[in-house]
Design a protein around this ligand. Sequence first.
Ligand SMILES: Cc1c2[nH]c(c1CCC(=O)O)Cc1[nH]c(c(CCC(=O)O)c1C)Cc1[nH]c(c(CCC(=O)O)c1C)Cc1[nH]c(c(C)c1CCC(=O)O)C2
Length: 363
Amino acid sequence: MTVPPGPTGAPDPSAATPADSDLVRAAMGLPVRRTPVWFMRQAGRSLPEYRALRAGTKMLESCQDPDLVTEITLQPVRRHGVDAAILFSDIVLPLVVAGVDIDIKPGVGPVIASPIRSVADVDALPDLQAGQLAFLETAVRRLVAELGATPLIGFAGAPFTLATYLIEGGPSKEHARTKAFMYAEPEAWGRLLDKLAVSAATFLRTQVDAGASAVQLFDSWAGVLSAADYAERVLPSSRAVFDALGDRERGVRDVPRIHFGVATGELLPLIGDAGADVVGVDWRVPLDEAVRRIGPGRSVQGNLDPAVLLADRDTVEREVRRVVEQGRAARGHIFNLGHGVLPETDPDVLTRVVELVHGLTER
Ligand SMILES: Cc1c2[nH]c(c1CCC(=O)O)Cc1[nH]c(c(CCC(=O)O)c1C)Cc1[nH]c(c(CCC(=O)O)c1C)Cc1[nH]c(c(C)c1CCC(=O)O)C2
């Protein structure tokens, strides 16, 4: 364990390896020492040490520099004593590496120079080659060595959410162009999602082979779809990503899978069915109700509203307690926010939430 202990001591003081960590155990529905905690976007703008390190380097360049990736990924583990690191990267990185012209504009998000607007554009989308990911393998190997018993979560963007950026050309609220393409060009839509599934699987496979202990598939914007459209036109591609990951029967190295989207209340059972061990739940559905929708065979992750962290101390404590209590309905609960840390969040509040959850759930 080369990471200095966080404020509450090292995560999982008694875990000897990442495979025995509370994060992995909760994901698989096994008993835990205490409820594991991490935060989506824990590595990011809420941390002054992140802003200092990133100064002068563009986001997508930072993600391809193993030194920066390692240091930025470790920062929140050191500071907060969270139970997992999440790789510092971005969902659009596999596209960037494959040669798609994308920029991440601060305060905006990913912007695509030539959005996909035709069937020919789909077929011209370059494929990611595993050989292009040497920097990623280096960063993950280095991180796994530094993290000791703390697990590293690898991640990728799900085909649908990546398709929304490629088709809209940037962030969007309604995703109307994306849906119009999905309805008007069902075959090309299917080919696009299949391509994105292959690249997501390659990106994840590289992280798992290099030692990541769990993976999360981010389908952030899937909640804009009806359950019927999600089931028919999107779920098969996300399932293909999970299916490509590992083969438990044949003993190929496999790790727990987390599947997350925002505003997915109506999709929760399907998000589970796509092949997840853990279903991410935003703040709109309480965890006990989410468990009823998902069924008993999967764990849950979430679901504190990120905006609560901007409120007063008593409100934060009350809401953390509520999430912990409602999470007891699940076979396993990984405490997290319902979406990413807001940049204006006071990092000390995040540290306090980790301490609170650990204190409330210590066995
Ligand atoms: C939709 C999405 C993206 N990226 C991601 C998603 C899925 C999760 C979600 O729904 O939030 C995933 C992501 N992006 C980033 C991570 C790193 C790991 C972590 O969670 O700490 C992860 C897991 C770093 C990042 N990705 C980004 C930042 C901010 C870059 C900066 O420092 O300016 C970070 C730390 C940029 C980014 N990249 C994207 C957006 C919307 C933005 C924010 C734009 C902004 O508000 O400035 C696309």
